[in-house]
Write a new protein. Structure first.
Lengths: 115, 146
């Protein structure tokens, strides 16, 4: 896999539970979110069209969505650090398809300060 | 007539390769699932006390999996009759198992002792026009603790 963790680029801790084990939350800083809208380019679409004949994993799309999710998470982390947070708890992901060939990936969570 | 022959060839290719790919995938899933058995995975975490730990990290595993021509063809007939669409059941099962496996593998690589609050989400990628590809994205995410 390309990356082992979504928060590898920053020192902000992410979890999807309400606490950070081993640390205590000292301050809640509110909801933060990040999103990314991506479309697949035509080359990938063509390749996927061929792959659709025999089935199986569409690696190009898997990577595309992973990149988009990473970007959405990065934006969320950026918003959190602007507020002075050092962790985001209760992170949720959502995907919605906007139109044919494009999808929005959303990441949201609660920014907190932990000690 | 020519159209029918082309259709038959496409369905044939889809059946031959699609079934092989599916079998290989199930074998690989079984094999890899045995390797991650050591990682306790659960959906609890929001209201249940979690095991003592020093560090936590969010992990995501995702996969985009597509139907083959044979499945799409058969499903369109099954759709007329209603009931279980068995060809898509196995497709989604593969997607879910693969996504959870990737999540577990990443958590294990990080050194997680438990994987908690796992959530699975499915998003449709194909278009509704019937023209495009039929594919679903399955993502699984959860918190690894150690």
């Amino acid at each position: 896999m390309a990356h082992s963790s979504l928060s590898h680029r920053s020192n902000i801790i992410l979890t999807n539970i309400e606490t950070i084990p081993g640390k205590t939350i000292v301050q809640h800083l509110g909801l933060v979110q990040g999103s990314s809208v991506r479309a697949k380019h035509i080359g990938r679409d063509l390749a996927a069209g061929f792959k659709n004949l025999v089935g199986g994993e569409l690696k190009g799309y898997t990577e595309l969505l992973q990149e988009a999710r990473q970007e959405a998470t990065d934006r969320m982390v950026q918003a959190a650090s602007q507020r002075g947070a050092n962790a985001v708890v209760n992170v949720r992901f959502a995907t919605s398809s906007l139109m044919q060939g494009a999808a929005e990936l959303l990441a949201y969570g609660t920014a907190v300060k932990v000690e | 007539m020519e159209g029918l022959i082309i259709l038959a060839i496409l369905v044939g290719i889809g059946y031959f390769y699609g079934t092989r790919i599916e079998q290989q995938h199930f074998q690989s899933l079984q094999h890899r699932e045995r390797q991650v058995q050591t990682l306790p995975t659960s959906c609890v975490g929001a209201k249940t006390p979690i095991p003592q730990a020093q560090a936590a990290e969010l992990f995501v595993g995702s996969v985009v999996i597509s139907s083959d021509y044979f499945k799409t063809f058969v499903a369109s007939f099954m759709n007329l009759l209603g009931g279980r669409i068995t060809v898509y059941e196995t497709l989604l099962e593969r997607g879910r198992r693969e996504a959870v496996l990737r999540l577990q593998e990443q958590a294990l690589a990080w050194g997680a002792k438990h994987l908690i609050n796992v959530r699975i989400e499915t998003a449709e990628l194909g278009s509704n026009s019937g023209q495009g590809i039929i594919a679903v994205e399955v993502m699984a995410y959860g918190t690894g603790i150690k």
